[in-house]
Ligand binder design. Sequence first.
Ligand SMILES: [Zn+2]
Length: 647
Amino acid sequence: MENFVVSARKYRPATFDTVVGQEHITTTLKNAIKTNHLASAFLFCGPRGVGKTTCARILAKTINCQNLTAEGEACDTCESCVSFNQNASFNIHELDAASNNSVEDIRNLIDQVRYPPQSGKYKIYIIDEVHMLSSAAFNAFLKTLEEPPSYAIFILATTEKHKILPTILSRCQIFDFNRIQPQHIANHLAGIAEKEGITAETEALDLIAQKADGGLRDALSMFDLNVTFAADRIIRYKEVLDNLHILDYDYYFKLTDLLLAGNLPQSLLTVDEILRKGFDGHQFVVGLCRHFRDLLVCKDAATVQLLQVTENVRRQYLDQAVRAPMSFLLSALSIGGQCDMNYKQAKDQRLHTELWLMKLANLRNLLNWDALPDFPINGSRNGEFNATGQLIADKVGPEVAEKKNVERTLPNPPSPDAVLKPEPDELARPAENLVPETHPVTSEPVNGYRAATSPNGSATNGTAYQNGHATAANGVATAPAKPQIVPPSRPASSRLRSTVPLTTGPVQPLADTITEVITTAQSRPDQPFTFEELQDTWMTFSRNRLKQVDSATEQLVLNRDFVLDGTTIRLTLDNTLQAGYLTDLKPDLLGYLRSELQNSQIQLEHTVTLQEVKKMIYSSQDKFNFLAEKNPALHELRKVLNLEVDY
Ligand SMILES: [Zn+2]
């Protein structure tokens, strides 16, 4: 059995040109060698596995090479290069400071520095993890580092630059290594796969590159792991997901589409599937927030570059970003942040996650972006239709791979520019492609639920229902005629009523999402309201709070009698503790009352009744005063006998 060499060592770059993703450093080093302007000490900083030690070794080999190439690379044939390649050179010394961090170790090193090289021009000392050196060792090293012999070059490498003493930093030429871009890692992996005779799906390599988080060594270890698992020497996307225990991107895309369509039941089932696969709920929450962030970043051509993904995934993001309205993403991120923060405190974390999903699925009803044409990128009728179309495609082809295939056939993936100014045609086209032509489709469960959400049957749901059927009908028909889109018949101004049916629906309105709606809503005329209406709304809020926060004091505050003075509610409280609770509640409460009663003038004021402070009798003086008050003759007695109270 031949020796297995891990890819990270087998394919360790041997020349500056083959170093992945650190061009700014390799170019500088090559120029320094060509012009003979080498510093005597270098500090290589950067995350693990990005090529610090590799660059140090290449530098050592190159400056000792006896006939450099014209490009400033080592020749790989001279005596020095050969001994370097066989790890037999005496001119390179590596010290792992993580395990040799004492003064003694550094003294040994300094002793070696005194002897010039037997062959070649330079002796190179590579000190890895240099931040682990003890401060005594650092100090012992300072003198040598400042005035080394002409033949000695020190290369210090560290992942934690901030732990290096300033006195060391100022004596070194500092090079900061980048995290390597996922696309570069993926390309590098593809090259290795080809050399090894391994077939690898592009998505699989993209996934490994993404998971490696900029570290090439990590990527190569994961690559090796997957090669070991792949019995037939084919690396498949599905298997990589399992081997590395990664949550498929497609779950996030699918879930976002479901939430955009307000499809709560299917969302809950999807999350159940994720949790049953053994993924951590908190990781999922963070992951979905991250997904929303990535979509948000896609909304502007200037920020698309912040999206650190490979080309295929980027296209999916741009595609979904067109469908997701800005208001949805911002609100989703806001409540997502709260969910993340409170996750550890939640007693029932699964319920906590599901509540979050309910809020997210509800955003569609709350924000009602179909009626808002003014958003930067409007998720208008086309957007909604797209979301519905996507949904149906999911239902037909539940297999992820199949869905991926469907997406890969998109004729015109939207470019960043197209995202900014989506033309109606551009938006409608993907939907046509996504609707399969031959499979009969039904979207009953989706719309059935949506109808149930608001028994009053608001116009939004009616429209969605029609759209769903229009799509389904076209799916059944063999001629894929352009689906006719029914625009909402409701006037745009009535969208503000959309929060009202929620109070009667199965999903309770949640105060924080509602306050967000208020911030996004535009000004409107104030409606008059009666005291009874106010009381009812107040009680609804109180009941909702009780379900969320089971606090006796809070309920005490909420259940007090109040008076209405014009649009100002006046409340009398017993003590400052209650006042504190009310102050905390006030933004939510006022927001709720104002939106439910449609009156922005409502104010809330409270007073604290001052309890009569009963004076206690403690000291002798108090006792004397108390008695003297009853019998003033005591004063006279004290004066005559010249008495002091204390004695
Ligand atoms: Zn050479």
